[in-house]
Write a protein that binds this ligand. Sequence first.
Ligand code: ADP
Ligand code: G6P
Length: 462
Amino acid sequence: MSERARFVVVANRLPVDRITADDGSVDWRTSPGGLVTALEPVMRRMGGAWVGWHGASNETVEPFEHDGYSVIPVPLSGDEYEEYYEGFSNATLWPLYHDTVAFPEFHREWWDAYVTVNRRFAEATADVADDGATVWVQDYQLQLVPKLLREMRPDLRIGFFLHIPFPPTELFQQLPWRSDILEGLLGADLVGFQVPGGAQNFLRLVRQRTRHRVERDRVHVSGSHVCTARAYPISIDTHGFEELAQSPEVIAESESLLEELGHPKQIFLGVDRLDYTKGLRQRIRAMGELFEEGKLDPADTVFLQVATPSRERVEEYKRLRDDIDLLVGRINSEVGGVGRPAISYLHAGFPRATMAAMYRIADVMVVTPLRDGMNLVAKEYVACRPDTNGALVLSEFAGAAQELKQAYLVNPYDLNGMKDVLMQAATDSPRERQRRMRALKKQVRGSTIEHWADNFLGDLQG
Ligand code: ADP
Ligand code: G6P
């Protein structure tokens, strides 16, 4: 790559995944997850370079241009895929940072791979960043990059944003490598979290575990620089989603979807990566009981649940997939409507336009994670629902609940409570639903991904 970039995003995932078919043909597909949904419009606006992994192991891919910015692929070997990505990132950090809703595993060789791969990302970034450039490192897979990068390139302005929760100090302290991770993050000039509680947890740990002086939200990193820690709740390209949902193609697609579902009177919708943090077991049980008890009638009500395959070789994810298949099968055999199942379960990813079509027709959107950094699905629904008749049921344990206070809030661990709120959302007067939805729309319009990026990058420069 001849030209160096003034602005560089560094994330484990590139915006597109390289897929090689059995016949050797190559295709590129939008990568899964909220990080890519959020950052893609930022990169289109800012230009520069995106450093990340292209989603396939044992393959080297040359840099290329995409949507007006440079894409710099970082390779992972098969072993690194297992130890850095599936292992330390997704079987140690992911469950630990999500309140141990699954049991985190600690393995020294996973940590070694994490260090190696973080160094590779830092080196690739040091190569591509122009003198004095701004670098924005993303998420839990790359927490060592800020420090490594500062050692290589002290001229850079370095930001870091954590898309997932930052755990309470008692949980974080379990990590045998806790000090390395804190020092890794402190290499940044600015560390951003989804909610104020995350920044507070981080600052408390820095006070307890390091010798650096902490003054409110500023850490004076000994002999070096000041690192500030604050909350920057992430959002979506609200206008982009609104426009998409009102396009003739999406309206047509939502009509054919309604047709396929048999024009039910009421549609409940769930949209998630198939992840144990999303509370799918509890949600499906609650919906199943409402059908079984006759509170919902499968003759006129459908629960559409879409789940994108995710991290499919990690044990906990395999178990979850089997559990959900069984649960849905059991409920559908017990409460089947005529010619149509009560739960329509789709284990697949869909184009964004199809997601917008689903959001358009959902009367009740059900977002019930056990723990979630933000949850963009909740915001996408609010942006895409064309009128104010829809209802959003939202877990208290999603970061989004701190902003979307007018949603129907639930504790997903409390099945009876959740069932009551689901029924309330479905049966409240149009006036009450509209009041809530109007407030939600105002919130999602007033705080977009552009505001998020401008706030963070403004503070990073300041
Ligand atoms: P996470 O980042 O943990 O996956 P978020 O709710 O923040 O959770 O973001 C999920 C993103 O993935 C959203 O942009 C959503 O539209 C998208 N998504 C989720 N499920 C699907 C699916 N089945 N097909 C396509 N996109 C999906
Ligand atoms: C969440 C994480 C992202 C991750 C995404 C998809 O949004 O915060 O960092 O990219 O899930 O997960 P995957 O493991 O497929 O990258």
